[in-house]
Design a binder for this molecule. Structure first.
Ligand code: ADP
Length: 157
């Protein structure tokens, strides 16, 4: 299971999804509902975008996670939680999460995949910031996501 906010999905996430879909028989992409963060796109919008950009990958299914990530993975009978590591800055938080989840649900492993260098700087927040000012986001997100972002910000393109 690959959990995240996906607000919105970027080429960095997609790279991990492609790679995860080859590592595992089945890959659930779990959109995590964060009670502390409002989010930019609604959960439904994020789900629609994820489904659109992954429709060509047979063994991927997009689901919404409204509970603890590890508990949800356990209930889905997922063998592993897939996470991306972009830089050392990701490491501390990820290590904390993985260790905690391992105590709560020892049967669920956390598997880390290193980001490809060209996406190592890429985050949904950076993309939103560029889009807000009408910058070119085509190197970072698929066309369907680009359209939704510009529409939200009322940017003509
Ligand atoms: P979260 O709020 O859980 O960090 P994100 O949607 O930002 O949600 O990220 C979900 C997962 O995708 C995380 O494991 C993150 O490291 C990974 N990820 C995010 N951006 C990239 C990227 N550019 N390249 C590879 N992995 C990424």
């Amino acid at each position: 299971m690959y959990p995240g906010s996906f607000d919105p999905v970027t080429y960095g996430h997609l790279d991990l999804i492609y790679r995860g879909s080859k590592l595992f028989d089945k890959l659930y992409i779990a959109i995590a509902i964060n009670s502390k963060k409002q989010g930019f796109f609604t959960i439904e919008e994020r789900k629609e975008m994820l489904e659109e950009v992954t429709k060509a990958i047979d063994n991927v299914e997009v689901v919404v996670c409204d509970k603890l990530t590890a508990q949800f993975a356990h209930e889905l009978k997922a063998t592993a939680i897939l996470r991306g590591l972009r830089a050392v800055t990701d490491f501390e938080y990820e290590m904390q999460m993985a260790s905690t989840n391992n105590i709560l649900y020892p049967s669920v492993e956390t598997v880390f995949v290193m980001t490809r260098t060209e996406y190592s700087f890429l985050s949904s927040s950076v993309v939103k910031e560029i889009a807000r000012y009408g910058g070119d986001i085509s190197p970072f997100v698929p066309p369907v996501v680009r359209k939704r972002l510009y529409d939200k910000f009322n940017i003509k393109y």
